[in-house]
Design a binder for this molecule. Structure first.
Ligand code: URA
Length: 238
């Protein structure tokens, strides 16, 4: 009987059969509850989510206590990235700053507060439901731009993260992320707002949230870029 059941024929299922199924499901839930489970994690119920979480965990292990470039000498923590492994949206920043280096989490300082606002108030998504990572996983001294050799040492990890998550859209935040993904030296002012592609995934370059701290007038352009992302996501859901 289970093989005959899908969402399409629920409406025509005989009442008695449906009641029996509901009774069985309630029995199973009571049993699970009696075993002390109060909440089912997505890892437990979604195989795709579980597989991607596991691949990301393995990648984080592979990075480990990375010593592949000179940033390892001054950083405190490697900032791997965080978020929903099945997210439709992957945001790529530049490099951890001081707060990120202290906590091991991306975008938790002043720029992070702006980014969280963009995601939650602008895009109406929970921050935990997108994925956020940086081009380089370790803080450059005094927050200088990462050097090309440091970007090259870390590039493969970002690529692997993107392949695992396989989002519908990538948002490249600022010059370093955009130039790294698009392999260009063109300025962000020229590239922002125009669709490109990386690994076959649409990329929308926009300003880095830190830029808005000193240039609030950039908000309007950033928002117009984000609206293009929202339009693409809405289009693909149709
Ligand atoms: N800026 C970035 O590019 N990434 C962070 O994680 C924090 C600030």
């Amino acid at each position: 009987m289970a093989s005959e059941m899908n969402c399409d024929n629920l409406g025509v299922m005989p009442r008695k059969v449906l009641d029996k199924l509901i009774e069985q499901a309630e029995g199973s839930l009571r049993l699970v509850e009696a075993l002390g489970v109060r909440e089912l994690s997505r890892e437990a119920v979604e195989p795709g989510y579980r597989r991607k979480s596991e691949l990301l965990r393995k990648l984080q292990e592979e990075i480990g206590d990375c010593q592949r470039c000179q940033l390892s000498q001054s950083r405190k923590l490697v900032v791997f990235g965080e978020g929903d492994p099945e997210s439709e949206v992957f945001l790529v920043g530049e490099a951890p700053g001081e707060s990120e280096d202290e906590t091991g989490r991306p975008f938790v300082g002043a720029a992070g507060r702006i980014l969280t606002d963009i995601i939650e108030r602008g895009m109406k998504l929970k921050r935990s439901r997108v994925f956020i990572a940086n081009v380089v996983k370790c803080r450059p001294p005094k927050n200088r731009d990462p050097e090309p050799s440091e970007v090259d040492a870390c590039r493969g990890f970002l690529e692997k993260q993107l392949k695992i998550v396989n989002p519908r859209v990538i948002i490249a935040l600022g010059k370093i992320a955009t130039q790294c993904l698009l392999k260009t030296t063109e300025s962000i002012t020229h590239l922002r707002g125009m669709w490109s592609e990386f690994l076959g995934i649409p990329v929308m370059p926009t300003y880095h949230p830190a830029y808005l701290l000193h240039n609030p007038s950039g908000k309007r352009e950033l928002w117009s870029d984000i609206k293009k992302v929202l339009a693409l996501l809405a289009e693909e859901r149709k």
